[in-house]
Design a binder for this molecule. Structure first.
Ligand code: NAG
Ligand code: NAG
Ligand code: NAG
Length: 555
């Protein structure tokens, strides 16, 4: 008996389906997607896989116990003939059909990475057939190099942008991935997929919105967390603090920025009636950094300094967001609780690089923002960004909008086709996000609400106080958002809140017990009723923090 025949025999003998994890089996009916050509198929069984922690900003967005998993690892390489691209799709299929929950899960990426294998493992552990794409540029290896810069693929030569590669990353590869990976899933189990879901944060969140906007039939349920939508505007405005620093000729040390963030949180923490180190009522927080100029803080042990007027201006600029020359806002600012200098996972928007004494600091702009400006707007990898003055900043913003809006912005508010296809969309955004402006998400939600009727029937927005970019921070995290989405799609149970729980290991209190709190659908907020502040029952979704806070919040 040949090994293949032996496998088939074994499958029949044990009564399981004829799922065969070999490239030959998939070559019998390869995926056919208009405009593309499959180049290569790999498939092999992987048993006892336990490496969940592969860098992925979406991790740990799923409530999964890390256990070893068995799956069929299918890899498809394909091209769009004539475009000189090679795109990889990875599909991880629970090895035994009885371990498959009948659902398909598309997993998003972060930064310039279009996917992430850590998230695929989590999907498989929950019973999903999970897939991602690399959109044509590999993200294997060092995240710092690949997720954070586009250098290896964005220019065909200095001055010339590879627009096809950008389109693949922006949207096209996502549709391809859905067609290809669903086809492979159906082939493997010889069964239809019951429901398809998308889960992603940051770039993954933007990808989710792109799918709702452009490919409305691919996913019935979409989680878009802290989406990098409004890309052409927000990615340029992320650079704004560095324009301010240049203008003031002052580059605040990280300890000074941290002292300002700490003072802002202290001033506004209790506006919701709960002292928990989280600003849950940002709209009531009018903290002005100028109010603490001259205040002492300890930069390092024995090195006491005073908050400078310049650092206060930089902080206020991040909170206000960039202004046009006439003083009107261009885009949103970050909330006061967002770490100005960043935190362990990501650098903040006012980050500087200093010497070991926290002196002689220089600008250290957020790498993806700097990369976008160099590679796509100036198209010159060697450009020295310290030349950018206010005038050039405004021009760069114009170039970004003019050249890339239709490709990358992901801000089309007309979700009518998605709604009519029965799709459901959960968008959540951490209010402590240090990179992507939460009000950009709110702005998108408001615009969809204007553009389509009954938005609540298919799209809900959740503000998540105290959560940083995608994860981290002291706030309650919507760990079970995917479960809420599944209930909405499959049982018609629309979520009026997401269940939040703190994730101590990513917070400033790693030894604390987890605390629970509802995360209410906008515009409702979690108002404290009394009782244990660590229990969800002590809160209710209400129109405002009301009497609890000793004043009415007009929202
Ligand atoms: C899955 O297969 C691809 C292609 O053969 C390989 O590069 C990758 O390392 C495999 N992944 C795992 C987890 O084995
Ligand atoms: C095709 O892409 C490769 C690298 O991805 C590059 O080296 C080559 O020059 C490209 N060919 C054309 C015709 O653009
Ligand atoms: C976000 O929007 C709300 C309501 O529109 C506003 O009150 C708040 O000040 C904005 N926050 C920031 C940081 O721009």
């Amino acid at each position: 008996m040949s090994p293949r025949a032996a496998l088939l025999f074994l499958a029949l003998a044990t009564g399981s389906s004829a799922a065969i994890c070999t490239a030959d089996a998939f070559w019998k009916a390869p995926p056919k997607v208009f405009g593309s050509e499959v180049l290569d198929i790999h498939a092999e069984e992987v048993r006892g896989w336990n490496e969940y922690a592969t860098a992925s900003p979406t991790f740990p967005a799923l409530p999964v116990e890390q256990k070893p998993i068995d799956f069929c690892n299918v890899t498809i390489f394909y091209t769009h003939p004539g475009l000189n691209d090679t795109i990889r799709v990875s599909i991880w299929l629970p090895l035994q059909e009885q371990e498959w929950n009948g659902r398909f899960l598309g997993q998003g990426g972060g930064g310039w990475a279009a996917g992430g294998h850590g998230a695929l493992a989590a999907g498989v552990a929950l019973g999903y057939a999970a897939a991602d794409t690399d959109a044509g540029h590999t993200y294997f290896g060092d995240m710092a190099d690949i997720g954070l810069t586009s250098r290896s693929w964005s220019l065909t030569s200095p001055g010339n942008v590879n627009l096809h590669a950008l389109q693949n990353f922006a949207y096209r590869a996502l549709d391809d991935m859905a067609w290809i990976a669903k086809h492979i899933t159906k082939t493997y189990y010889s069964k239809d997929i019951a429901y398809s879901y998308w889960n992603g944060c940051s770039t993954g969140g933007r990808q989710g919105l792109t799918l709702a906007q452009r490919y409305h039939e691919q996913f019935q349920g979409i989680i878009s967390a802290a989406p990098a939508a409004n890309w052409v505007t927000f990615l340029v405005t992320e650079y704004y603090a560095h324009i301010k620093m240049r203008e003031l000729n002052y580059y605040p040390p990280i300890c000074e920025l941290q002292a300002i963030t700490k003072a802002a949180i202290k001033a506004c923490d209790e506006l919701d009636g709960v002292k928990d180190g989280v600003i849950s009522a940002p709209r009531l927080c009018g903290f002005d950094a100028k109010s603490i100029v001259g205040q002492k803080y300890e930069c390092k042990e024995g090195d006491t300094r005073q908050i400078t007027k310049e650092a206060a201006e930089v902080a206020n600029a991040v909170w206000t967001g960039p202004l046009k020359k006439d003083g009107t806002p261009i885009w949103h600012g970050l909330a006061h609780e967002a770490p100005l200098a960043g935190q362990a996972n990501f650098q903040g928007l006012a980050k500087t690089k200093c010497d070991s004494q926290e002196k002689n600091c220089k600008s250290d702009p957020f790498v993806i923002s700097a990369d976008w400006i160099k590679q796509f707007l100036l198209k010159d990898p060697d450009y020295d960004l310290s030349n950018i003055d206010e005038e050039l900043f405004h021009n760069l913003l114009r170039i970004s909008r003019q050249e890339y809006h239709s490709i990358m912005d992901t801000s089309d508010p007309d979700l009518t086709p998605f709604k009519e296809a029965g799709g459901k969309l959960i968008l959540w955004h951490g209010l402590g996000d240090e990179l992507i402006f939460p009000n950009g998400s709110l702005n998108y939600y408001e615009r969809v609400k204007e553009a389509t009727t009954d938005v609540e029937d298919y799209f809900r927005y959740f503000e998540v106080p105290g959560v940083l970019h995608c994860f981290g921070g002291d706030g309650a995290f919507p760990l079970t958002a995917l479960n809420s989405l599944v209930d909405w799609v499959e049982k018609g149970k629309a979520p009026d809140h997401l269940d939040g729980q703190t994730l101590p290991m990513f917070s400033s209190k790693p030894d604390a017990e987890p605390a629970y709190r509802p995360l209410c659908a906008y515009p409702k907020v979690a108002a404290y009723k009394g009782g244990d502040v660590n229990k969800a029952e002590s809160f209710e979704c209400a129109d405002g923090f009301g009497k609890v806070a000793g004043k009415r919040d007009e929202l």
